[in-house]
Design a protein around this ligand. Structure first.
Ligand SMILES: Cc1cc2nc3c(=O)[nH]c(=O)nc-3n(C[C@H](O)[C@H](O)[C@H](O)COP(=O)(O)OP(=O)(O)OC[C@H]3O[C@@H](n4cnc5c(N)ncnc54)[C@H](O)[C@@H]3O)c2cc1C
Length: 427
């Protein structure tokens, strides 16, 4: 009698852009193997983070069911919050919405817990400012309830003018034209994205009567004002904190090598450099090799990392050598309130370039793009797969250029350099 083969258990934690696509793709690619795929997420709906500023401004956004997306894939879905990871025991601790804490063991874990707005670096931000977290105190959901209560003329101060801060400012100004909205930035407005895009975004915000406060370092957020390092104070009735993103602390607490944002440091095959049983994808991963280092936290890269992570794990389980991460940026869009936005092409290295699209055309292209990103996991269930990306030859080209002329051109191979000590932690 044939003995049943032992099943390899792959647990993916986090069902955002990266985790959900990774799950459906990996299940499809390992159908021929005795592999079980389990996906853990704290909610049973997919959070379209790219639309949370619209949600905060009281617009309806889709909340797609995760179990419905997984239908027919054979993936086991577990709705629970991950509270700890034990790499030594190859186990994760789960707190389900109802019932007692439980443990889940794995042979391979894929860490896809995303990121959240960092609020600890400025005094008072965590206590007095809203962020675009989906739910909880001072979240997008809480802002959605608070904004309609504000009287005409009330002041909103948005802190941070990265893409998220700009999109949020424009959305609030266009949805609530009777409120006075200010956007505060430490440097020159729009410097992160190039002059042409910055000029358009500035004009759009000024048309919507937004006050842009530049070169202003925030020293403290108070209950009714934002204090600047130069002594000025900006009164507010509602403050939104849109500083940078940081990954959850669970990986650092588990002793994995992480960077200053608590992202797991990975090799080109998406594996933690300190634990080969753990892979990381999406905002929670930090690639250490070009092309990809540093990765911009975005849904665009999260999907590529999710798909590539699935391909690497599938290759390893099939006994094949995985390919190194290689991709090119192609474009970006920034929403600027109702019916306005700017979209543009990008060089492979993420620098904005022509063609540029503005106004309603850009807003329509962006709306299409958002839907495309949010439904990639569902489409990739097709037996032939559907998710593709460009720039797959860039890694090999970069290796060739870096190699001395006389050296033999080695094929990329699985990085089995000695695991570095856990040294990249912060605090
Ligand atoms: C307002 C806003 C606008 C944005 N606009 C853009 C844009 O235009 N373009 C772009 O490319 N990017 C944009 N981003 C960034 C983008 O949303 C992120 O880069 C992307 O969501 C990262 O995907 P991810 O799968 O890594 O993580 P996430 O999408 O954050 O998914 C992580 C998942 O893990 C779950 N999770 C987290 N912790 C736990 C836990 N302890 N236990 C169980 N589950 C957990 C979460 O519920 C979530 O489902 C925007 C972000 C915001 C907030």
């Amino acid at each position: 009698m044939r003995q049943p083969q032992p099943t390899t258990s792959v647990v993916i934690v986090g069902a955002g852009y990266a985790g959900l696509l990774c799950a459906t793709r990996l299940a499809r690619k390992t159908r021929d193997l005795p592999v079980s795929v389990t996906l853990v997420n704290e909610t049973d709906t997919f959070t379209e983070r790219l639309r949370l500023h619209e949600y905060a401004a009281n617009h309806p956004i889709p909340w797609r069911s995760i179990p419905a997306t997984l239908a027919g894939t054979g993936i086991t879905f577990v709705q629970a919050r991950v509270t700890a990871i034990s790499p030594q025991r190859k186990a994760i601790s789960l707190a389900p919405a109802e019932g007692a804490e439980r443990r889940l063991t794995y042979d391979t874990m894929i860490y896809a817990l995303g990121s959240a707005t960092e609020r600890a670096s400025v005094t008072g931000a965590a206590e007095h400012a809203y962020t675009l977290a989906p739910r909880g105190p001072l979240s997008a959901e809480a802002m959605r309830a608070a904004l309609p209560q504000l009287p005409a003329g009330a002041r909103i101060v948005v802190c941070g003018a990265g893409a998220t801060g700009i999109e949020t400012t424009a959305e609030l100004a266009s949805s609530y034209p009777k409120l006075r909205v200010a956007l505060v930035t430490e440097g020159v407005f729009g410097a992160f994205i190039g002059e042409r895009v910055a000029r358009y975004m500035r004009r759009s915000l000024e048309r919507q009567s937004v006050a842009i406060v530049e070169q202003a370092r925030i020293s403290e957020v108070r209950a009714d004002s934002v204090a600047l390092a130069d002594g000025r104070s900006l009164p507010h009735d509602l403050c939104v904190w849109a500083g940078g993103f940081t990954a959850p602390s669970l990986a650092r607490e588990a002793g994995l090598a992480v960077n200053a944002r608590d992202q797991i440091i990975i090799d080109p095959y998406m594996r933690s450099i300190t634990d080969p049983a753990i892979f990381a994808i999406g905002d929670a991963a930090h690639a250490r090799e070009e092309p990809g280092a540093p990765l911009r936290m975005s849904a665009f890269t999260a999907l590529i990392l999710g798909a590539h992570g699935a391909d690497c794990v599938s290759d390893i389980l099939h006994g094949r050598a995985p390919k190194p991460l290689s991709f090119a940026y192609i474009g970006q869009g920034i929403a600027l309130g109702h019916g306005d936005g700017i979209g543009f092409s990008k060089t492979a290295d993420d620098i904005a370039r022509a063609p540029y699209f503005t106004g309603r055309i850009a807003a329509s292209i962006r709306a299409f793009g958002l839907n495309y990103l949010a439904t990639s996991a569902e489409r990739d269930k097709h037996p032939l797969g559907a998710y593709l990306w460009t720039g797959k030859g860039r890694y090999a080209r970069a290796r060739r250029q870096a190699a001395p002329q006389s050296a033999p051109q080695a094929e990329p191979h699985v990085d089995d350099t000695p695991r570095v000590a856990v040294g990249a932690r912060r605090r």
